[in-house]
Design a protein around this ligand. Structure first.
Ligand code: SF4
Ligand code: SF4
Ligand code: FES
Length: 290
């Protein structure tokens, strides 16, 4: 059972979404209101455990009377607001965002990216073969996780999760400016020489698969990664008395990665190295039998 933290009651505000009246708690975002109303607004940099960064702008909607489009993931609802989620202007903006991202990075492991590209009629190829791409080999410098910055959209979620918002380790940050901007350890050192403590909380929030478990990376490379064949079981970490929730992703009777429920009021999807990566003893069968 998940404990629901008590908080003071929230006033409801009235607004309209695409002409339909809706009510939403006063400190909720337009995205919260859209989702409660069953509207499918695309998001990339938004994270349910992080403060919005407004980095991607794929979630923009039109607010009556506002000069510019508003990012639904961070704009709060207001009494009397009139919001349109599917205007030509909002759709065009999402299309351009998707074109720019898909022409410069590899979105092949970003959930729903292909669907949105089709839905908004985005044409990433129109920038030609010379479109600026990261084009670098995945960084495989440890046995636990891989950084494939060809897939990075510079959403900053990993930096925030590693830094002040959750882990307070500050192992990674944005280095460079403009086209040279990228996520990096200090002096671009291998993770093994950095401040990283291998909590994997950056993997948990990465929306594109740029950061992934080494198991997932290896299985994707071998063509054996199959989410439709995986089961998810949420259990309790047995390594210490904190009792964090672990969700074990299992394929062919092997744990292939570990996540943590984002709605857990204590951990909010975060774990330490033991909970995230210390599962090998469960399936280290060959060695255990010897
Ligand atoms: S594993 Fe943890 S410490 Fe290492 S970069 Fe990711 S969030 Fe930071
Ligand atoms: S590595 Fe992932 S979480 Fe970090 S900035 Fe890139 S896309 Fe975002
Ligand atoms: S999801 Fe809203 S700005 Fe990225």
């Amino acid at each position: 059972m998940t404990a629901i933290p008590l908080r003071p009651p929230r006033r409801l505000v009235d607004l309209t979404l695409d002409g339909e009246p809706v009510r939403a708690p006063e400190d909720s975002t337009l995205l919260d209101a859209c989702r409660a109303a069953g509207k499918d607004v695309p998001t990339l940099c938004q994270g349910d455990t992080l403060t919005p960064k407004n980095a991607c702008r794929v979630c923009v909607v039109e607010v009556e009377g506002a000069r510019t489009l508003a990012p639904a993931c961070s704009r709060r609802v207001e009494q009397g607001m009139e919001v349109r989620t599917d205007t030509e202007r909002a759709r065009h903006s999402r299309k351009v965002v998707l074109e720019l991202l898909a022409s410069s990075t590899d979105l092949s492991t970003t959930p729903r990216a292909a669907e949105w590209i089709e839905e908004y009629g985005a044409e990433p190829d129109r920038f030609g073969a010379d479109a600026a791409r990261v084009d670098e080999e995945p960084k495989v410098d440890n046995d636990l996780y891989v950084r494939d910055y060809d897939k990075c959209i510079l959403c900053y979620k990993c930096v925030d999760a590693c830094g002040e918002q959750w882990q307070n380790t500050f192992a990674i940050a944005v280095a460079g400016r403009g086209f040279d901007a990228r996520i990096s350890t200090e002096h671009d050192a291998p993770l093994t020489d950095s401040a990283c403590v291998y909590c994997g909380n950056c993997i948990e929030v990465c929306p594109t698969g740029a950061l992934s478990f080494k198991t997932e990376f290896d299985m994707r490379t071998a063509g054996t990664w199959d989410e439709s064949a995986q089961t998810e079981t949420t259990t309790v970490c047995a390594y210490c008395g904190v009792g964090c929730n672990l969700t074990l992703h299992v394929q062919d009777n092997e744990i292939v990665k570990v996540t943590s429920p984002h709605d857990n009021p204590v951990t909010h999807g975060n774990l330490c190295i033991k909970g995230r990566f210390g599962y090998q003893h469960v399936q280290n069968h060959a060695q255990n039998r010897d």
